[in-house]
Design a protein around this ligand. Structure first.
Ligand SMILES: NC(=O)C1=CN([C@@H]2O[C@H](COP(=O)(O)OP(=O)(O)OC[C@H]3O[C@@H](n4cnc5c(N)ncnc54)[C@H](OP(=O)(O)O)[C@@H]3O)[C@@H](O)[C@H]2O)C=CC1
Ligand SMILES: Nc1nc(=O)c2c([nH]1)NC[C@@H]1CN(c3ccc(C(=O)N[C@@H](CCC(=O)O)C(=O)O)cc3)C=[N+]21
Length: 282
């Protein structure tokens, strides 16, 4: 078997075209959706992601503000800036690019952002809303993954979804969204024993670990859907996922590539959340 490849880049393009029309309508009603991104320090990967967000904003017609701060910025200065943006009625989305320098407590920063402007969906209030089935900003990467599955009419209900990785921004919330779609969810992480047994029974396998080619085709269940979240820059400068694509593709029914897979959908869902926030202000 050779899997069908799910290109997040193509689905993103469709969704961005729809969003472009939606933003034009919102503007007619006198509101310009605004996403303000704060970048602390000069990490090249962060800079590249931020560029992607600006490009998508420009395409859709969302106003994007980039606030660049030196890596020496104190936590208090950052918190003060967030308070100002919370109080600015023209700002609909606030995103603080992670990771932050070591002297800044990430959780304090996330919690300082108003839940109404937390378009990343990282604030505990929004995570709580997601877990209790309320309408909220869903975290962008997990939400994008669900959209990719739905775009191919891949059934989720009753399926065994195995999530490898339990970070707050990817692993944990993707498991929650799959649960909401009635999957039976198993989480694996660095302390999991005999992970192969879980991989072998996964109908949907989500890999979010951050290790190049962490999973290959060996234990993948024939016909499984494989979603590769990893974005790893390797020695030759190219990007690669957490899944060894060629061997996994032989076993899977659907598989996502890296690049052009989950990454573009993350950015597109961020745009969607920003539009949702602007609409709350109409
Ligand atoms: N495409 C996109 O839009 C995005 C991609 N990413 C990418 O996804 C990957 C994961 O990101 P993120 O979740 O933030 O990473 P984290 O480093 O926060 O989390 C990694 C997770 O993988 C688990 N893990 C590490 N080693 C092993 C192992 N040997 N066996 C099993 N589990 C292991 C960790 O377990 P434990 O908890 O036990 O330590 C942890 O839960 C990265 O490559 C990142 O670049 C991230 C965000 C968005
Ligand atoms: N507050 C915050 N929110 C985030 O959503 C957030 C973050 N911090 N910190 C870092 C991670 C990582 N992340 C990615 C977004 C897009 C691509 C993406 O578009 N990738 C392209 C390739 C891009 C390239 O060529 O560099 C692709 O996979 O095709 C990847 C990774 C968002 N994150």
């Amino acid at each position: 078997m050779s899997a069908e490849v799910i290109y997040g880049s193509e689905l993103s393009q469709q969704l961005k075209d729809e969003m472009k029309n939606e933003v034009a309508e919102i503007k007619k009603q006198g509101v310009t959706p605004n996403l303000t991104v704060i970048l602390v320090g000069d990490d090249p990967a962060s800079r590249s992601y931020v560029r992607g967000k600006q490009k998508a904003s420009d395409y859709i017609g969302i106003e994007s503000n980039l606030i660049e701060l030196s890596s020496e910025t104190s936590q208090n200065e950052l918190l003060k800036l967030i308070t100002q943006l919370n109080n600015d009625p023209n700002v609909h989305g606030i995103l603080v690019q992670l990771p932050l320098p070591d002297h800044i407590n990430e959780q304090s920063v996330i919690e300082a952002i108003s839940p109404d402007k937390d378009v990343d969906g990282f604030h505990p209030v929004n995570i709580g809303r997601m877990m209790t089935g309320q309408d909220t900003f869903f975290p962008c990467t997990p939400y994008g993954i669900i959209q990719m599955l739905k775009s191919k009419n891949i059934p989720i209900e009753g399926k065994h979804a195995v999530v490898i990785g339990r970070s707050n921004i990817v692993g944990k919330p993707v498991g929650q969204l799959l649960l909401k779609e009635n999957a039976t969810v198993t989480y694996c992480h660095s302390r999991t024993k005999n992970m192969e047994q879980f991989i072998a029974t996964a109908d949907i396998l989500i890999v979010a670990v951050g290790i190049p080619h962490f999973i290959d085709g060996t234990h993948i269940k024939p016909g499984a859907v494989v979603i590769d979240v990893g974005v790893n820059r390797i020695e030759d400068g190219s990007l690669t996922g957490d899944v060894e694509f060629a061997s996994a593709k032989q076993k899977a029914s659907y598989i996502t590539p890296v690049p052009k897979g989950v990454g573009p959908m993350t950015i597109t869902m961020l745009m969607g959340n920003t539009i949702k926030s602007a609409k709350n202000n109409l």
